[in-house]
Write a protein that binds this ligand. Structure first.
Ligand code: 13P
Length: 255
């Protein structure tokens, strides 16, 4: 598989952190640090920060993302935000299926599929998260779990639409724990996701699909993770909240 066919994507997932003023300030700090990036740079911020973040990032290479969107266009869904509203605001990216949504908010493989569909229909780029729990890895069913999550999320997605999907492999046991998957463990799963994409869409599509790793990626371990043949970037939580750390991960894609 030829890694040069893919432009890495380094995305920060700020989760439930930073108010609009803090968001604008962090983007301002990031601007000079990532302006020469050879990868795509994305910051996925809380909904309430989107406006400020978009404004701060205007005219730069920093793209803004949301952390979820609903599957319906409108209606009685208290607390939810439809994909079209994000698009209207000028948001290019949205994270779908993050393990924290699956763990705490009842997100299932089918709601992930439906949210992905809505996001694609609205013209958003999707960062689709998959990953196994610790118990699943211990039971040796990581491949089955990740294949199922990915396959169901992509149900109905065409080869053309796949170009607007970045897949993020995030082992749940590595998220926020400081326990990073080894480069070999991460690459093994990224490769099996790529093999699944090849089964579903053919080798050319698989070669083009950006597959990130996420889970305690930081400025220290990013280099060796990003050097692996099937790791095309990262989805970064904690380390994305500090401009220097996040920028160092962006720079690590240049190796
Ligand atoms: P951490 O980098 O804090 O482990 O979070 C990873 C993550 O969940 C990104 O979506």
């Amino acid at each position: 598989m030829n890694k040069s066919l893919r432009k890495p994507v380094i995305a920060g997932n700020w989760k439930m952190n930073n108010n609009p003023a803090q968001a604008a300030a962090l983007i301002e700090q990031l601007k000079p640090l990532v302006k020469d990036a050879s990868c795509e740079v994305v910051a996925c911020v809380p909904y309430i920060d989107l406006h400020a973040a978009l404004k701060a990032a205007e005219g730069t290479n920093i793209q803004i993302g949301a952390q979820n969107c609903h599957w319906a266009a409108s209606g009685a869904f208290t607390g939810e935000i439809p994909a079209a509203m994000l698009k209207e605001l000028g948001v290019p990216y949205v994270i779908i299926g993050h393990s924290e949504r699956r763990q705490y908010f009842g997100e299932t493989d089918l709601t992930v599929r439906d949210r992905t569909r809505a996001a694609l229909d609205a013209g958003l780029k999707v960062i689709l998260c998959v990953g196994e729990l610790k118990e699943q890895r211990l039971r040796n069913i990581t491949a089955e779990v990740v294949r199922m999550q990915t396959k169901l999320a992509l149900e109905g997605v065409t080869e053309k639409e796949l170009e607007n999907i970045v897949i993020a492999y995030e082992p749940v046991w590595a998220i926020g724990t400081g326990l990073t998957a080894t480069p070999e463990q991460a690459n093994e799963v990224n490769l099996l996701i790529r093999q699944l994409i090849a089964e579903l869409y053919g080798k050319a599509a698989a070669d083009k699909t950006v597959i990130q790793y996420g889970g305690s990626m930081n400025e220290k371990n990013a280099g060796e993770l990003l050097a692996m043949p099937d790791i095309d970037g990262g989805l970064i939580g904690g380390a994305s909240l500090a401009a220097e750390k996040f920028a160092a991960i962006v720079t690590a894609t240049k190796q």
